[in-house]
Design a protein around this ligand. Structure first.
Ligand code: ADP
Length: 668
């Protein structure tokens, strides 16, 4: 855990803007086993003021005694201290000193502080996954306000909409974006840099959608970073295998032609570093989705994924220097952000929005329900805010970026025709807002849909929550999966659907991910979800053994079968034929300590959605663009075919979010 003390001073957000600085993460967090819930005691100190005491005006407006007041309460990791500055009618600033978990508790605090300030209210919900931090900040601010003599009951009962508004709200802008996840926020940056004023409507109390709780792997062929990797013979065979295939689609044939030339240049050069190129990425994306993806869209995705990394980097996004292979990514081209989970992406979007808040407004807690269509053109959105209807008219365009429907069991069952068994009781990695709202809105304006039956499951869900947290793999090469009998059962470098189907055939659809010291050189080493292996072991979410036999005993699998599985795998690393046809290897599993973490199938991504063209225009059921309407991200269909490659989602949402923003702003 990073307990670095941080002092946060949040400037007053524009009054009509609900928390531009607001972003809370909801990575599923677990109270470590045996940890008592922190008690929340609030204390306050008063700064003397010479102004009259606070009252609640007869009109209902809450009056304050201007000044700065201190308050303190317990958070998850220690005290949360605040200094609250009041004018006669508003909370104008809240300075916070806290030591909450980076990327989780601190984000919840930012979000809550922004909502308290924008609405001058204490009626703010806790951020799920960060309950103690949420409670702590509310208690601390309440303590400060109590010392100011403020009417706490009135503040706790004051319902405030975006920017503290009450009742219905009407707004106009150039571009309205529905959804503040990765696609919506990259679209917001792009629309703005192409000259548009933007309003983002987000139904949750935080920005970031699934991005902020994701492992955040981003695929792109990147010769510079990939130069650190060596090409194996099995990887050479993968390229040669693709070159031998026959394709019908004219565009796909051109990719193969390009790949042939690139491969010749590569082999002539006698290079030993990993080969990759946009053509290789396109062909793997197309093949990984059973040739059902639209080549036009795949072309745009893979041509733009590296330039979009550069676009994000220019806005402050930091990626690590190394490349890895993400689960189901099939190739080492995944980029890992410097910051944990997807917080680096969301911070980048938010920093941009904060800098340009005169032109980009974010309305949290505002759920879009209908598109406004006039004369065949989409001209705005009707949403429901906390206190009433929010109508936003857009002179240039509306972008749907509402994500998928992984968290909507009814929709999953409606569209899951035959590819999976009943998905009713399978959990999801998704945030609770992934309910397919954009699909419903688009249906009402006759939009076309593509591939709705293609739902992605991962074999990597936490058995309790279905989330990705607690996943101990650090990349594909250096881990295996074993079932409850201690036996491997699949190529662990395969497609996500292939691995999940194989897992569903094992006892209780349950498996263990096995890694060794190479993945966790020290107990402090963290996984993709900012959890250290020592913490996971202490919480009973991972198991550790100094020998393979000891680990087998701890996880209750047959030691002899388990040891043989690892030994056979190690022989394959040394060049023996792998019994499951695995091609992605690095080091042997032979260095203690060994670790195991349990995993089950979980719903992750819905590949199907609104039909778009390469410029992110929404197409109607006859394939014609609906004027004024764009879509980007998981709400769209047709890019990934039956199965999305791991690491292609972050690429997709940023590439197409950027294109949608640019086009909606009228740049093209
Ligand atoms: P993507 O990866 O495509 O950006 P996400 O699921 O990560 O998709 O983000 C979509 C965002 O859209 C989420 O923050 C979600 O809460 C938001 N959202 C979904 N439905 C609505 C709606 N009806 N109105 C406003 N925001 C919505």
């Amino acid at each position: 855990m990073n307990l670095k003390k941080r002092v946060m001073s949040l400037m007053v957000a524009g009054l009509m803007t609900a928390g531009l600085a607001a972003c809370a993460t909801t990575p599923p967090t677990t109270t470590p086993a045996g940890t008592a819930a922190p008690t929340t005691t609030a204390v306050a100190t008063t700064t003397p003021s010479t102004t009259p005491p606070a009252t609640t005006a007869p009109t209902g407006e809450i009056k304050f005694k201007p000044g700065t007041y201190k308050g303190e309460a317990e958070g998850f990791h220690g005290p949360i201290k605040v200094e609250v500055t009041l004018s006669e009618t508003a909370i104008t600033d809240i300075k916070v000193e806290q030591t909450e978990t980076e990327g989780v508790g601190d984000k919840a605090i930012e979000s809550i502080v922004a909502l308290i300030k924008s609405g001058t209210t204490l009626k703010v919900d806790a951020v799920s996954g960060a309950t103690y931090s949420s409670k702590g900040i509310l208690e601390a601010v309440t303590a400060a306000l109590t010392s100011a003599g403020a009417d706490i009951e009135a503040l706790k009962n004051k319902t405030a909409g975006p920017g503290g508004t009450t009742g219905d709200v009407e707004k106009t802008t150039d571009v309205v974006i529905i959804g503040g996840g990765g696609a919506g926020l990259s679209a917001a940056m792009s629309a703005h840099e192409n000259g548009a004023k933007v309003i983002v409507l987000e139904k949750m109390s935080r920005l970031g959608g699934n991005t902020i709780i994701s492992g955040a792997a981003y695929n792109a062929a990147d010769p510079k970073r990939q130069a650190a990797l060596t090409m194996t013979d099995l990887e050479k065979k993968t390229v040669e295998g693709i070159l031998e295939m026959t394709f019908d689609d004219a565009k796909v044939k051109t990719w193969q032609e390009t790949l042939k030339q690139e491969w010749k240049e590569y082999t002539d050069s006698k290079k030993t570093t990993l080969f990759d190129s946009p053509s290789m990425h396109k062909l793997q994306t197309y093949l990984g989705g059973d040739k059902k993806g639209n080549p036009e869209l795949i072309d745009v995705l893979c041509e733009n994924t590296y330039p979009t990394i550069e676009w994000l980097e220019a806005k402050g996004m930091l990626f690590k220097d190394y490349i890895f292979t993400v689960l189901g990514g099939l190739w080492s081209r995944a980029h890992k952000p410097e910051k944990p989970l997807g917080t680096g992406f969301v911070q980048t979007y938010e920093d941009y929005i904060e800098k340009n808040k005169a032109d980009i407004e974010v309305l949290l807690d505002t759920k879009a329900e209908d598109l406004i269509m006039e004369g065949g053109k989409i001209v705005g959105v009707i949403a429901q805010g906390k206190t009433g209807k929010v109508t936003v008219r857009a002179s240039k365009g509306v972008i749907i970026a509402t994500g998928g429907f992984g968290a909507n069991v009814e929709m999953r069952n409606k569209y899951n025709t035959s590819l999976w068994p009943d998905l009713t009781n399978i959990k999801t990695t998704n945030h609770t807002g992934a309910t397919g709202d954009g699909i419903a809105m688009a249906e009402k304006v006759n939009a076309g849909f593509t591939g709705m039956e293609y739902i992605q499951l991962l074999p990597m869900g936490d058995p309790e929550t279905g989330s990705l947290s607690g996943n101990i793999e650090q990349g594909v090469q250096n881990r295996i999966f074993v079932n409850k009998e201690g036996k491997r059962f699949v190529d662990e470098g395969a497609r996500r659907d292939v691995m999940t189907k194989a897992l569903m055939e094992q006892t209780d659809s349950y498996m263990w991910v096995i890694v060794d010291k190479n993945s966790y050189p020290t107990g402090d080493t963290i996984n993709n979800f900012n959890e250290s292996i020592d913490d996971l072991v202490a919480a009973g979410r991972a198991f550790k053994g100094e020998t393979l036999e000891e680990l087998a005993g701890k996880i209750g699998v047959d030691p002899a079968a388990f040891v043989k599985s690892v030994e056979d795998f190690n022989k394959a690393v040394d060049g023996a034929k792998d019994e499951f046809g695995r091609t992605l290897f690095d080091k042997k599993l032979d260095t203690a300590p060994f670790y195991a973490g349990a995993r089950v199938p979980t719903v992750h991504h819905t590949m199907g959605g609104i039909t778009i063209d390469a410029q992110a225009h929404v197409l109607d059921q006859d394939g014609k663009a609906i004027p004024g309407l764009y879509a980007a991200g998981e709400v769209t269909g047709g890019i990934h075919g039956t199965n999305r490659l791991g690491g292609n989602a972050l690429a997709d949402i940023n590439v197409f979010g950027r294109i949608a923003g640019q086009n909606a702003a009228g740049a093209k």
